[in-house]
Design a protein around this ligand. Structure first.
Ligand code: SF4
Length: 335
C-alpha cells in the first residue's frame, strides 16, 4: 500500500477511537484532533498533557487538544441548519469542526480525515443526506473517510489511491452498539466513555438555560457560558445576574470565573456559599444578592445576617446586614 498520513476527529467516544485505530492498524500515521468548547471537552482545558498521555497509554493514539470555543459561539448564535431537539446545532457543529480539521490537514500536508461516524446512528446528523451536506459545506468531499461504515459509502480518495485498504473497513449501520463493543474487545480497548452524553447542548436543562442566556445576550462569551454551568442562578434585574455556589468546588470555580466588574459576596463568619453578582452593584442589587446568599447559608433561619462583599475577587471589605430571602422573594428570579 502507498504510505499516507491522516488526521482523525477524536471526540473521545468509542466510535472515534475505533475508527482511528482501524486506520492506524493499516500502518497509516494518524493524529487525533480533539476539539473542545465550553459545551464539550472543556474539563481538559489546562490539563491537556495529562489527557494526551492517557490516550497514548490506553489506546496508543497521539492526539492534540484544540480549544475552538470563541469561534464556536459564533456558530451557535445563528446555525444555518438550525438546532436539534435542544440547543444543539449538530449539522453546523460538524461542518465547523470538519472544516477546522481540513485546514490542519492541508497545512500539514496530510492525505485525508477520519471520523467515527456510523451511518444511521443519529437521527439528524448521521443520515446519508446530512452526511453529504456536511462534506459539501466543510469542503471535505472525497477525503473524509468513515472507517466504521465506509463499505456502505462511495469510495474516498485514500481508498482509490491505494493508501487505505477498503477491504479492511467496515459496514456498520444503525444505533446498535454490539459491533463496536466486539471490535473494542478485539482491539483490547477496555476503558472508554459511555456513549452519548458529553455535549451540554443536548442536556435539556442546561440547553434551556444557555438558550435563554443567548437570547438575552447574543454576544455571550466563553466566560459567561462557563459561569452558566456553575451553581444556582438568579436574574435580579435586566443587567444583574447572581450565581450562588452549592459546594466548595463551585465556590472555587466562581473565584476562577470572577472578572472585573463582578462582586463577590459571602456570609460573615459562617462557612457557606459564595455569591457572584455580575452587573450593576447598586445598593438594592447588593441587598437582594446578599439576602439570597444568606438564604443558602447556615444562617438561613436568623433574622439578621451580616454579609461581606468585595470587587477585587479576593477581599471582602464591604458590609451589609440582610434578612435571608424567602421562597416568595426568589421564585420569580430563578434563571
Ligand atoms: S451533540 Fe454537540 S458536539 Fe455533537 S454534533 Fe451535536 S452539537 Fe456538536
Amino acid at each position: 500500500m502507498k504510505k499516507g498520513r491522516a488526521f482523525s476527529l477524536l471526540s473521545g467516544g468509542l466510535d472515534s477511537l475505533l475508527a482511528t485505530r482501524l486506520i492506524m492498524d493499516q500502518g497509516i500515521e494518524v493524529v487525533g484532533l480533539h476539539f473542545i468548547t465550553p459545551f464539550f471537552g472543556y474539563q481538559k482545558k489546562g490539563q491537556e498533557a495529562r489527557y494526551q498521555e492517557r490516550w497514548k497509554e490506553l489506546y496508543g493514539i497521539d492526539a492534540r487538544i484544540i480549544d475552538v470555543g470563541d469561534e464556536y459561539l459564533r456558530i451557535l448564535r445563528n446555525p444555518r441548519y438550525g438546532y436539534g431537539r435542544n440547543f444543539n446545532p449538530c449539522v453546523d457543529c460538524k461542518i465547523f469542526l470538519f472544516s477546522r480539521a481540513k485546514d490542519i490537514m492541508e497545512e500539514e500536508k496530510a492525505d485525508f480525515l477520519v471520523t467515527g461516524e456510523v451511518l444511521g446512528q443519529r437521527p439528524m446528523s448521521q443520515r446519508r443526506d446530512t452526511m453529504r451536506i456536511v462534506e459539501r459545506d466543510s469542503g471535505t468531499e472525497g477525503f473524509l473517510l468513515r472507517p466504521l461504515c465506509a463499505q456502505l459509502m462511495k469510495p474516498t480518495r485514500p481508498e482509490l489511491e491505494g493508501i487505505v485498504d477498503r477491504e479492511k473497513l467496515l459496514g456498520i449501520t444503525g444505533r446498535g452498539r454490539k459491533p463496536q463493543m466486539e471490535l473494542a474487545e478485539r482491539m483490547e480497548i477496555r476503558h472508554y466513555p459511555a456513549p452519548a452524553g458529553g455535549c451540554l447542548l443536548t442536556d435539556p436543562e442546561m440547553a434551556k438555560r444557555i438558550r435563554k442566556f443567548f437570547n438575552q445576550s447574543p454576544q455571550a462569551t466563553v466566560n459567561e457560558i462557563l459561569l452558566l454551568q456553575v451553581g444556582r442562578h438568579f436574574q435580579l434585574s435586566e443587567d444583574q445576574h447572581l450565581v450562588v455556589g452549592r459546594r466548595e468546588e463551585e465556590n472555587e470555580r466562581l473565584m476562577e470565573l470572577f472578572r472585573e466588574g463582578d462582586t463577590l459576596l459571602r456570609v460573615q463568619g459562617i462557612p457557606g456559599p459564595l455569591g457572584l453578582l455580575r452587573g450593576r452593584a447598586d445598593e438594592e442589587g447588593l441587598r437582594m444578592a446578599g439576602s439570597i446568599v444568606a438564604r443558602y447559608s447556615k444562617a438561613k433561619d436568623q433574622d439578621r445576617v451580616e454579609v461581606h462583599y468585595g470587587k477585587d475577587g479576593e477581599t471582602f471589605p464591604g458590609r451589609l446586614f440582610v434578612s435571608p430571602a424567602g421562597e416568595g422573594q426568589i421564585s420569580g428570579l430563578r434563571f
